[in-house]
Ligand binder design. Structure first.
Ligand SMILES: Nc1ncnc2c1ncn2[C@@H]1O[C@H](COP(=O)(O)OP(=O)(O)O)[C@@H](O)[C@H]1O
Ligand SMILES: [Mg+2]
Length: 469
């Protein structure tokens, strides 16, 4: 199906041109052929009339002169005016007298001559194609001694006639070629212009990001509006199904959180009271797993909240990044100490702008704590983690950085780790690969630019989030 779709899309212009140009070519050839037939028939008819006139004149002359040939002067005159070679033969009654060329082509066999009716045919004489006429008519001339049926043959070469046809055909072919060329050019322009709205539609669709599911509102020609309508209907269905999905995930993770918290509390209580080492081990595992599952549930909820569909419900307000970053960092110091990590805060705002107009505190806290959590969890004991806030100026917004000198993320993996459920080291940590996906979504929701870079001296990881002005 896919293959089909691309085949049609690539050949739309070709198809239109084919359907315009192919009939054009056929039509042209048809017209040329018809033109050839008309011209040659006309030329034949003219030559035939001339032949009859010649036949009558020549035979009259022969009879009146008692069988003389045409004089050389008259023959030259004839040649000059008709530009053809003319041959003739006159036979008296019962073939009694003959003048002219004896070897001239004869009437094809099986043809009976009617008196006074000329018979025309094509023949070959002296290595040339000739047009010939044979006529029979009654002579009763009192001044001569001839009485009876005279048969006259006249043949004429066809050079001038062929020239005429050739010239005419050459002329009309050139005309048609020019016409075809112009037709092709206009067809090309027409097709391009006709397809322009489709190209606009394609660009409009291509410009869309995955979270922009608003209907397409470009003005389109009638033939395409139905397609656009269906597309818009599809977009609407897609949007509502995505929204429903988001709501489902949010509801499900929300529903999970309460029982998980209960299990965790119960397990912790049991752990405190257990004395048997085996029981303690089992209970520790339960507490651990429940904590991890609770984190997953809360991350899923967060993800549903920051995803494009969920974002609409989130309120944005003026947010102070300095206060937020400082409080999240200090809130995680204890966790850092437990892992033997040196977590510090580097305030580089120096009284510059640290506020963003449209921020959501909860989402930003989640983002930052995911980044610090990663640096702590994936860092080895002794790793230094720095949360840095750089104040914004006239042209740039504030920048938030989380830098560590831990193992870092290889360059080729930096794109992949931003995807959901992607983890590089399955053994390490307790996450499920949602942390950086959330970071990305939160950055997107704030129209901030997220980059993953090397840390200081090319060691570790530096995550940089540049907020807009
Ligand atoms: N600061 C970091 N240092 C080294 N590796 C990191 C760091 N942060 C993230 N990673 C790598 O990126 C992967 C994805 O991170 P994340 O999306 O937070 O998922 P999770 O932490 O749940 O595994 C992690 O599994 C880890 O391999
Ligand atoms: Mg993580």
């Amino acid at each position: 199906m896919n293959e089909n779709a691309t085949a049609i899309s690539t050949s739309l212009r070709a198809r239109l041109l084919r359907w315009l140009l192919l009939p054009g070519f056929l039509l042209t050839f048809g017209l040329l052929a018809k033109n050839y037939l008309t011209v040659s028939e006309m030329a034949n008819r003219i030559q035939d009339r001339l032949l009859v006139a010649l036949a009558v004149t020549i035979s009259e002359h022969a009879i009146n002169s008692g069988g003389d040939l045409l004089s050389r002067d008259i023959e030259l005159l004839l040649e000059q005016f008709t530009r053809e070679n003319t041959y003739y033969r006159v036979q008296g009654p019962d073939g009694a007298f003959v003048t002219g060329d004896f070897g001239l082509p004869r009437l094809p066999e099986g043809v009976t001559l009617e008196p006074g009716v000329p018979h025309f045919y094509n023949a070959h004489y002296r290595n040339e194609d000739v047009r010939a006429v044979t006529m029979k008519y009654l002579v009763a001339n009192p001044s001569s001694n001839i009485y009876g049926w005279v048969i006259i043959d006249v043949s004429q070469t066809r050079r001038e006639r062929d020239n005429l046809i050739y010239d005419e055909l050459l002329g009309s072919t050139t005309d048609f070629l020019v016409l075809m060329f112009l037709g092709g050019v206009f067809a090309w322009i027409g097709v391009s212009r006709g397809l322009a709205p489709l190209r606009r539609l394609q660009q409009a669709i291509r410009r869309r990001s995955t979270d922009d599911l608003r209907p397409i509102r470009h003005a389109m020609p009638k033939e395409v509006t139905e397609v656009v309508k269906s597309l818009n209907a599809l977009l609407a269905r897609l949007e509502s199904s995505i929204t429903a999905n988001q709501r489902f995930i949010a509801d499900a993770s929300h529903q999970l959180r309460t029982p998980l918290a209960t299990v965790q509390a119960e397990a912790e209580w049991a752990l405190r009271n257990a004395s048997n080492p085996e029981d303690r081990q089992a209970l520790e595992r339960i507490v651990d797993q429940t904590r991890q599952t609770a984190r997953l549930a809360s991350q899923l909820l967060n993800l549903a909240r920051v995803s494009p569909e969920g974002r609409k419900a989130v309120r944005y307000e003026k947010t102070d990044l300095l206060a937020l970053a400082a409080s999240v960092t200090s809130g995680m110091v204890r966790q850092a100490i437990r892992h033997d990590i040196d977590l510090g805060f580097d305030d580089q705002s120096e009284g510059m702008n640290c506020q963003i107009e449209t921020g959501n505190e909860v989402l930003l806290q989640e983002m930052l704590s995911n980044l610090i959590d990663n640096a702590i969890v994936y860092g080895t004991p002794g790793t230094i983690v720095t949360v840095r806030l750089i104040g914004g100026g006239v042209a740039v917004g504030p920048v938030l950085e989380v830098e560590d000198n831990g193992p870092g993320i290889p360059k080729e993996d930096r794109k992949a780790v931003l995807e959901r459920f992607v983890r590089l080291d399955e053994q390490n940590g307790q996450g499920c690969g949602l942390g950086l996906a959330i970071v990305r979504e939160v950055a997107d929701a704030h129209r901030a630019r997220l980059t993953l870079e090397d840390g200081k001296d090319g060691k570790g990881l530096k995550v940089r989030i540049e907020f807009p002005l």
